[in-house]
Structures are given as C-alpha cells and as structure tokens.
Design a protein around this ligand. Sequence first.
Ligand SMILES: [Zn+2]
Length: 62
Amino acid sequence: MMNLRACKTCHSITDQATKCPRCGGEVSREWQGYLVVIDPEKSEIARKMGIHAAGRYALRVK
Ligand SMILES: [Zn+2]
C-alpha cells in the first residue's frame, strides 16, 4: 500500500508512478482513506464521490 498512488482527478488508486491509467490525470502519494467500490450504483459513498466504475479509490487526495 505504501507505493500506491491516487489520482487527483478521479481518486482512483493505482501503482502507476506518473499518471492515472483510468483518466490520465496527475497522481499523488499523499492520499487518505481506502475505498473499494464493487457496485457503484448501490454504494452511497460512490454516488457522493461521483464514482461510476468499480475499483479502488482514495477518499482524500492532496
Ligand atoms: Zn484518474
């Protein structure tokens, strides 16, 4: 988990060091909160965050 980064744009968690594989946005090592979305339509947090795809996300990204 130490080497994982989170996208500043879509909050997706990735092991890519340069940019987000999902949206091409900038990634950051400074993120907090680990969220696994399995079914975005049924997840209230996912809806609030505007997440429309299953995956791993960070709650906060600096
Ligand atoms: Zn992204």
